[in-house]
Every structure is written in structure tokens, then in C-alpha cells.
Ligand binder design. Structure first.
Ligand SMILES: Nc1ncnc2c1ncn2[C@@H]1O[C@H](COP(=O)(O)OP(=O)(O)OP(=O)(O)O)[C@@H](O)[C@H]1O
Length: 329
């Protein structure tokens, strides 16, 4: 193990023309000489070890893409330090590019009019991948990503899920040590998402590829990431295990009770729990697990009503993160 990405006090400011009001506002804004400073990334620090699979998460406009662009060397930081494998990315962009792969869910890096396999061939030449290594990688990716069904189809005719699979293969053909995946499951159905997640897990686990994943899909995080860096308004607000954020912020669980349809009609208000929903004979009781155990709550409920069935729902990471965005950490 060793740090592959080191970021210290990273900051990125953009100068944006100050918006004019009144007639011809857009035109006058265009020619304006007055600027505002927008801080997109504000004093961000983290270290990522070789072989980690990290979720980089935040609401729209939080600063995720800007950070990734500084890691790839596309943008130069306003302040702070960034090193990827010991190299400052914007000073050595070409060298940096050899060691990284990137997938941007909304765009493709493949040639639109060429059969998919020819895009792979072109990338083999660009990255000078030895023929034998190319063959080994293609064998693996064809198998894991089911590429055979569309290898000879032009990229423009691929479905979104097929295109995403092709883009993932393209990003990994040259054996990069690090991949940045930006919304790799966006717009896909459940089965297609699962296939992509399986692939990400496999290349991480079996090839030791370091993966940085930005996504708004909390299932991506829950299913594949162990660590999550949460960013909001350009600042890191959480960096740690995914499980721990549930532990720290997901104190509330819900007990779902199906009451006996023929049982007596009773007031179901139970001490220590809040009745959050009622639908026919089913009730939802929210409780704080630090104050009340599930078994104690069940005992209290069953003392008042006849129970047919019950389940305890654990907090969803989605709800926890939404609350953190709204209320802060
Ligand atoms: N080239 C630019 N010029 C001016 N402002 C920019 C530029 N790029 C980004 N910003 C601003 O910086 C902030 C962070 O943007 P960024 O794209 O990094 O967010 P994000 O977390 O990737 O969001 P999303 O989830 O919507 O992709 C936003 O306020 C955005 O408007």
C-alpha cells in the first residue's frame, strides 16, 4: 500500500463576469469587465491509497468535477497541492494520462462512427498497448462486460448501457493504475447497473485498480464503496467508511407492523416511538435506536395490539445523505 493521490489545501476559484441587470443584460454581461470570484473547491485535503475504491459524493455544484479535473491535470489549482503518483498532474499531463483512465457517463471517448472494436484498436495504438496485453485485456472485458454482442456495431447505434460498457473497457485497455468514473450508471436499468458495479468491483479487487467514483446514485455507494468523501460547497464534510456514516447519522430505524385485521381497534401511540404512517392495518413507527431497542418497542406494541407480522427497516444511506446536505453534519 502507498498513497497514490495526495491532495492538500486544494482550492479552485473561477472568475465569472458579474451579471448585469436591465435591457440587453446578457450582451452587457458578455462585455463586462467586472468579475466575481466563485470558489468551487475550498481547502480540500485527502489521501487515497493504492487499491482503494472511494466514492466522491456531493450535491450538484459541490465541486466534484472541479476536483477531478485538477486530479487529471485539466485544471490548474488556484492554491494548494495535488500529486498523483508523486506527479503534479497539470505539469506532466501526458505522463499522468498514461496512468489514469476516465469515464464520463454523459459523454463518450469512443469514435462515434466507427465499429466499437475499431475504437479499441485506435486506443491500443494511441497508448501503445502491447498486442498480447491488448488481447488478454479484451478477453477479460468481453467476458465481464459482454462486449461480443455489439463489437461490430458503430458506437452511434449502441444503447446507453452498451455504450457505457464500451467506455469502461476503453478506459481500462491501457492498464491504468487509477480510474475516475463520473456517473457510470446514470440512466441505466437495474440489471445494467449491477453489471457495471460488478465490473468495477472486479477490476478493483483483482487488478488493484484505484477507483474514484462520483455518483448521485446511493446504491452505487452502498454496493461498491467502502470509503466515502462527502463534499458540499467546495469543502469536505465527511471522509470515512460508508458503514460509519450510517452508524453516526442513521440513528433512526422504523418498525413496520402489520396488525391483526380482526384485532381490537386501539390507539397505537407507543411511548418512545413516533407513528409516521398508517395504511389500513399497517403502521410505521420511527424510533431512536440509542434510546429504545427494537425488542423493547415490539414488546410495547404487542402489549397494546395484536400483531400479525413485523419488520425493522434500517436507515437508508440515501435519506441520511439528503439530511446531511440539508442540515449539515
Ligand atoms: N469553468 C467554470 N467557470 C465558472 N464556474 C464554474 C466553472 N466550472 C465549475 N464552476 C462552478 O463551480 C462550482 C462547482 O462545480 P462542479 O462542476 O465542480 O460541481 P459538481 O459537484 O461536479 O456538480 P454536479 O454534481 O452538478 O456535476 C459550481 O458553482 C459551478 O457553477
Amino acid at each position: 500500500m502507498g498513497a497514490v493521490i495526495e491532495v492538500r489545501g486544494l482550492r479552485k476559484e473561477f472568475k465569472v463576469a458579474r451579471r448585469k441587470e436591465g435591457p440587453f443584460a446578457a450582451l452587457r454581461t458578455l462585455f463586462s469587465r467586472e468579475f466575481d470570484t466563485r470558489v468551487a473547491v475550498d481547502d480540500v485535503s485527502f489521501t487515497i491509497e493504492r487499491g482503494e475504491l472511494v466514492g466522491y459524493i456531493g450535491p450538484n455544484g459541490a465541486g466534484k468535477s472541479t476536483t477531478i479535473k485538477m486530479l487529471t491535470g485539466i485544471l490548474v489549482p488556484t492554491a494548494g497541492e495535488v500529486r498523483v503518483r508523486g506527479v503534479v498532474p497539470y505539469l506532466r499531463r501526458v505522463e499522468n494520462a498514461r496512468q489514469i483512465g476516465a469515464v464520463f457517463g454523459q459523454r463518450t471517448q469512443l469514435w462515434w462512427d466507427l465499429p466499437t472494436v475499431e475504437s479499441f484498436e485506435l486506443l491500443r495504438h494511441i497508448y501503445k498497448v502491447p498486442r498480447e496485453r491488448y488481447r488478454q485485456n479484451m478477453d477479460l472485458f468481453r467476458d465481464l462486460l459482454g462486449l461480443d454482442e455489439f463489437l461490430n456495431t458503430p458506437v452511434r447505434q449502441l444503447s446507453l448501457g452498451q455504450r457505457m460498457r464500451a467506455d469502461l473497457a476503453a478506459a481500462l485497455l491501457h492498464d491504468p493504475e487509477i480510474v475516475y468514473l463520473d456517473e457510470p450508471t446514470i440512466g441505466l436499468d437495474v440489471v445494467a447497473k449491477e453489471r457495471i458495479r460488478d465490473f468495477i468491483r472486479t477490476i478493483n479487487r483483482e487488478r488493484g485498480v484505484t477507483v474514484i467514483l462520483t455518483t448521485h446514485d446511493m446504491q452505487d455507494i452502498e454496493k461498491i464503496c467502502e470509503r466515502m468523501i462527502l463534499i458540499d460547497h467546495g469543502r469536505v464534510i465527511y471522509d470515512g467508511p460508508v458503514a460509519q456514516i450510517k452508524e453516526r447519522f442513521g440513528k433512526h430505524r422504523t418498525l413496520v407492523v402489520d396488525l391483526e385485521p380482526n384485532g381490537p381497534v386501539v390507539d397505537v401511540a407507543v411511548e418512545g416511538a413516533e407513528l409516521v404512517r398508517r395504511d389500513g392495518h399497517r403502521i410505521w413507527l420511527r424510533f431512536n435506536r440509542d434510546e429504545l431497542s427494537a425488542s423493547e418497542l415490539i414488546a410495547r406494541v404487542s402489549a397494546r395490539c395484536a400483531i400479525r407480522d413485523l419488520t425493522v427497516e434500517e436507515p437508508e444511506i440515501e435519506g441520511i445523505i439528503a439530511r446531511i446536505y440539508q442540515e449539515g453534519i
